[in-house]
Design a protein around this ligand. Structure first.
Ligand code: NDP
Length: 318
């Protein structure tokens, strides 16, 4: 469905006019910038229509509770983005903001209350947490059926076993971007740089499930450029500005940049040297405006999936 509804939100740039005529004869250098903002906006609009339908049928609206500990400005900004998206869709969302010195047991108690509350569909704990709180213990305390981030070990295990589950939002968003642009995954060589539990590892499984041949690279991968330049689909989730330059990328590859770093001048940038790499690829995501908006949209989708689960309708986002 996603495929059919959200296609064609990629903008084409023809850079062949900028290069010498003899080169133009050999290759058509044109690339598509994947417009994550528009794709996410369309997805959110369709979710809003769904929520309106629930209301029309006398059902309660989906509910999301976001727990934020402390005042980390980046976390606050992420949380606000999520709450804004939820409000736009009609999801009843609330921020539960605790001070940075709150205890682990206080947090566990709060999560337990939310777990018990049958009117709450989704619980999200904004990471990172202060160092005195055991992150894993906290994530494990969330009811897996309310785990909108898909980080609970039960959901992780189910993902790897190929069972229905709530899946992490960023990998889901990446697949939505690829599908939206009608980019074939089956049989393709996919290379992921970064092996975190929230992006690299789950994405590898999800691409395997779509019959890609998957390689995960990391900080100990020797000759990274030789590995990445094999990729038909290259996804980077590192957080190292401009790590990926043109010599890391195969001609006509699809490049998805998950990384977000703030430069000293305040601008956000990705892992990919966009200006250098864009002329070599078929598709590329910008930062900002690529993967980020989809991560939030998929969080909304997961919240609605959790809501449907509570209403005994299994509509996991497979
Ligand atoms: P982590 O820090 O958990 O993981 C980073 C990964 O990059 C690690 O696997 C690390 O390897 C690898 N790495 C570090 N340096 C190199 C290098 N020089 N060469 C190859 N691999 C390297 O990060 P996250 O996965 O949480 O996030 C990654 C980036 O994506 C960040 O910039 C984050 O802000 C962004 N992000 C963006 C999202 C979005 O919605 N757009 C969502 C989530 C994250 P090793 O394991 O060996 O240490």
């Amino acid at each position: 469905m996603l495929n059919m509804r959200y296609r064609n939100l990629c903008s084409t740039s023809f850079s062949f006019l900028l290069i010498p005529a003899n080169v133009r004869l050999r290759r058509c250098f044109c690339f598509m910038i994947i417009d994550g903002k528009s794709i996410a906006q369309n997805l959110r609009s369709s979710l809003r229509i769904k929520v309106e339908e629930y209301k029309k049928h006398g059902m309660r609206v989906p509910t999301l509770r976001v727990i934020l500990v402390g005042d980390n400005p980046a976390s606050l900004s992420y949380v606000n983005g999520k709450l804004k998206a939820a409000a736009e869709i009609g999801i009843d969302s609330r921020l539960l903001h605790l001070s940075s010195d709150c205890s682990e047991s206080e947090l566990l108690l709060l999560i337990e209350k939310l777990n018990q509350n049958t009117d709450i569909d989704g619980i999200l704990v904004q990471l990172p947490l202060p160092s005195h709180i055991n992150e894993q213990k906290l994530l494990r305390s969330i009811n897996p059926q309310k785990d909108v981030d898909g980080f609970h070990p039960e959901n992780v295990a189910k993902l790897w076993l190929g069972e229905s589950c709530i899946k992490p939002c960023t990998p889901l968003g990446i697949l939505a971007l690829l599908d939206n642009c009608n980019i074939e995954i089956e049989g393709k060589e996919a290379v992921i740089v970064g092996r975190s539990n929230i992006v690299g590892k789950p994405l590898a499984k999800m691409l395997l499930d779509r019959n890609a041949t998957v390689t995960i690279a990391h900080s100990h991968t020797p000759n990274l450029h030789l590995v990445t330049s094999r990729a038909d689909i290259l996804i980077t989730a590192v957080g190292s500005p401009h790590l990926i330059t043109a010599d890391y990328v195969k001609d006509n590859a699809v490049v998805i940049d998950v990384g977000i770093s703030r430069l000293p001048d305040g601008h956000l940038t990705g892992d990919v040297d966009f200006e250098e790499v864009k002329n070599k690829v078929s598709y590329i995501t910008p930062v900002p405006g690529g993967v980020g908006p989809l991560t939030i949209a998929m969080l909304m989708q997961n919240t609605i999936d959790c809501y449907m689960l509570h209403n005994n309708k299994n509509t996991y986002n497979l």
